[in-house]
Design a protein around this ligand. Structure first.
Ligand code: MEV
Length: 315
């Protein structure tokens, strides 16, 4: 018998190193961020399918363009499961701020897919979860590396190279991470396209910056595994400077990165797609993280989260 309610959840993600360069085959490091999450609940409701989320509440069929990824994905899942797409209300609750580089689009796709399978009481294979959520991400981002989806599905810190099986890595870092939201929406698709233009139009500079970002990520993995917060912090700031040269940063992100550094951070960089969204900051202690967090809020950050990197292996 079919259940008349289905639930699916997914956590946010943080890219520690390697965003954008990962699209070009360089390694990236990412971790789940359980302080933010998406929860989808599907209930039976007679009539055309309804979607109720942060951006829109109404008929799924009439959902605006920014929901076209999940709309296509939901249709594909129902077709694959041989079910008629009606008599459901899909409600999405999120504490992942949308379009801020914290993986909200991939997490929404993962949580909806989980909720649909739960609604029909069907087992969900990881490869199907990955296939459907990647389909939505392709529509949203154009050319996603797959990093966001893999991190959100796996809920483990990942060392990821596009096209290769991802490696789970074990951070061993006595440090605190601040995630600070500029409050400004990012545009991953546009940023990825503009990096593409730089690589095409100024190949020498573009390729060098991408390669540098890859080397910084490779080194960062060792620094994180060997409890070297000073070294990792340095790599973060170096990566930020290169992302800025690739046109991925903007004045708000740079202001927050500079504020963190002036106040004694070990390192700071934008995280995710850029052009708005969030920065991450590394500090040596919780007190320092609190101080820097207060300075970031003073300079206009909308929200901050403090995370003890030692908790990562306990999640
Ligand atoms: C977006 O969270 C990360 C990017 O590297 C794009 C991607 O990996 O698909 C900017």
């Amino acid at each position: 018998m079919e259940k008349k309610i289905g639930r699916g959840r997914a956590v946010g993600k943080i890219i520690l190193m390697g965003e954008h360069a990962v699209v070009y085959g360089q390694p990236a490091l990412a971790m789940p961020f359980p302080a933010t999450k998406i929860e989808t609940t599907i209930k039976e409701e007679v009539g055309d399918a309804i979607i109720d989320c942060y951006f829109y509440k109404g008929l799924l069929e009439k959902a605006p363009d920014n929901l076209s990824g999940i709309k296509t994905m939901i249709k594909e899942i129902f077709k694959y499961l041989n079910k008629e797409l009606k008599d459901i209300n899909i409600n999405i609750e999120n504490t992942i701020p949308p379009e801020r580089g914290m993986g909200s689009s991939a997490a929404v796709a993962v949580s909806i897919t989980r909720a649909i399978y739960d609604y029909f009481n069907l087992p969900l294979r990881e490869e199907d979860l990955s296939k459907f959520s990647s389909l939505s991400e392709k529509i949203v981002h154009g050319n996603p590396s797959g990093l966001d989806t893999a991190t959100i599905i796996g809920e483990k810190a990942l060392y990821y190279i596009k096209g290769q099986p991802f490696t789970i890595f074990k951070p061993n870092l006595q440090a605190y991470l601040i995630v600070a939201d500029t409050g400004e929406k990012g545009d991953t698709r546009e940023a990825v396209e503009d990096v593409g233009k730089i690589v095409k139009e100024r190949p020498e500079t573009g390729k060098r910056l991408i390669k540098d970002l890859g080397n910084l990520a490779r080194e960062a993995k060792k620094l994180i595994e060997n409890n070297d917060p000073v070294g990792f912090g340095h790599n973060m700031t170096q990566a930020h400077r290169r992302l800025d040269k690739l046109s991925v940063s903007n004045s708000n992100l740079n202001l927050l990165v500079d504020t963190a550094m002036k106040n004694g951070a070990l390192g700071a960089k934008l995280t995710g797609g850029g052009r708005g969204g969030c920065i991450i900051v590394l500090t040596s202690s919780k007190e320092k993280a609190r101080d820097i967090s207060a300075s970031l809020l003073e300079k206009g950050a909308k929200d901050t989260w403090i995370y003890n990197m030692e908790d990562i292996n306990e999640e």
